[in-house]
Design a binder for this molecule. Sequence first.
Ligand code: ADP
Ligand code: ZN
Ligand code: ZN
Length: 723
Amino acid sequence: MPQYIARIALDVPLPKLFDYLADGITARDIGRRVKVPFGRREMVGLLLEITDTPDCPPEKLKRVIAVDRDLPPLAEDVLALFRFCAAYYHYPLGQISLAALPTALRRWQFQLPKQVARYSLTVAGRQALPESLPARAVAQRRMAARLSAGAADSTELSNLCAGAMPLLQTWLNKGWVEILKPEKTPFQDAPPPLLAEQESAFALVVRRLHEFAPFLLHGVTGSGKTEVYLRMVEAVLASGRQALILVPEIGLTPQFTQRVSARFPDTVISVLHSGLAEGERLQRWKQAAEGKARIVLGTRLSLFTPLPELGLIIVDEEHDASFSQQEGLRYSARDLAVFRARQRNIPVVLGSATPSLESWHNANAGRYTLLTLPLRATGAKLPELHLLDTRQQPLDEGLSQPAVKAIGETLARDEQVLVFINRRGYAPVLHCSACAWVAPCPRCSSRLTLHLREQRLRCHHCGHEEKIPPHCPACGNPDISALGHGTQRVEEALARRFPSAKIVRADRDATRRKGSWENMQAQIHAGEANLIIGTQLIAKGHDFPKLTLVIVLDADGALFSLDFRAEERLFAQLMQVAGRAGRADKPGRVLIQTGFPEHPLFTHLVAHEFADFASEQLEVRRKGELPPFSRQAVLRAEAADLDDALAWLQSARALTPAINGVEIFDPVRAPMLKKAGMERAQLWLQSPSRGDLQQLLRDWMPKLYAQTARNIRWHLDVDPAEN
Ligand code: ADP
Ligand code: ZN
Ligand code: ZN
């Protein structure tokens, strides 16, 4: 009898599987968790293959310690998804496989949360209980008193006295207490009849439920995309299959989840996000894997959830950067959603008011079917956008006179104002507010980046450096400054201007504390706050009923970003934030302060011309041979000292195989040089052909794994979302 060998995925940073002797293990165990010895430890792994031809002599192999046969094995399609990720992102299969499991399963012992039942007294119990209890039955009296005060759950009652559970069982049998049913979502009105465009979008998808069919659903905020998703999900559930809905960040959009559960009150829905307790996440994951949950609603990681009867994938806000994981396995959940739909032969619907240029390009090229919802479904008008030219008017603490006036008038009408500040990720540039001069690099076609602490201007492309000039070289204005104002400074200025306004500040710092984001939203909703200062976070948030004015500050930084996606992101963010303003009866207004009002980004934005903006951007990308007209990968390295990182990249570059059609750039410092005490550098690769680039990476990566230096941390980013 041949000796079978188990090939096991382990969470180890090496691009290989590990061989173990597999007594009593068969091919039917593939996809199961196993416990194995590794070095001096024991590790949890995933059994991926069975073979009778080991890589090394069997007598050198150790034995599998245990196989978990309580949980069902991961299905073959999920394992194939892991393998695809490993091959495409050139990342260790073992690390992918383990990272895709719920955290609780990465340890051998795991616990599902106990079912917590809630008990309450029945009418009979209310009458019978106090009388029938003898005075000395202290525990029973305590329980009865607690239940008379209202429903209580089993955990609480068990803490009241020993023997609580048998006692409850007795009372249940006598009909004195009852177990409360889990709360149902309140009944919802019948869904509205679809508008003509919604109907045709819906019909096109539903006609192709049993084939791979990618769709791009394009419609402004409020155009009725969600309503269309819900109908499609309904159709898929009716055909006996499961639906997977991916959203950028669940915590920020509780109303989306509420809407889904209100529409399908009798359906088990697994809501998956990173805020869940481990056991809870596992429970919901398991429900999906066993086919009990018919809808999975979750953030990017839910893409890996096993779904035996998957029939549809929806990616809402498909352009959103949070679908790109930026640590560990760097992947795009949106791209993987399309892969998974192809693999399962089902439709995938990507929805957005401002689709990513990649998806838009795919739709233009006929690879995706474009579905368009042109109007707001409720008949509400689109918000009006206006540009405030900051060259024409002096700014006081970042605010122009017309902006201040509009804020005052809106607050006086008892409506709400959002002051939106956009800063994240943009390198600061030096700017003259009088003539809109921006410090250029004399040697490149790029802008110099301001390094305030060192009082220097620096080019991140060629390394040119100079001192900060005392006044504007173009017009002599001494008032030149960095583009950008922090949220705190704006908050102080607004508080001085509008002492009676009720201000809240919603940025990452203010929302990091647990529950504070919910509180803030509730406050705004209840009208307890009327002046909201927020970053991109708020753009994704709730619909605030009395919000009629949005002021946008600091939009200009993105126009000079080193990141070629900055304009695309800015357009999307401003569209999204504009979508927050106004309701059917109260049209919204958006005022954008800019020193560059002629910039095509702003003129298209104001005219609600996404298609024109997108085709101009795509033209720029085509000329510059940038994605989606080329494919990129970037090898990033970090070390205590930049020179070490650069030297390592240089030696890595020397190992690249010669493959025509792949451009390999010189190592450069990262736009953000230092992070967490490490200095960072990167090496870009680019090719018009995905196949050529992938071939190069396939040859190259094993050599890099073989030559790791101890003082260097490195990783590869395929289709990087950021510079
Ligand atoms: P989106 O997801 O594009 O922002 P929603 O689906 O949330 O749009 O729709 C916006 C608003 O219009 C919601 O209040 C929704 O209930 C309403 N709505 C959507 N479709 C219809 C329809 N066919 N008839 C009437 N109201 C609709
Ligand atoms: Zn000037
Ligand atoms: Zn330069």
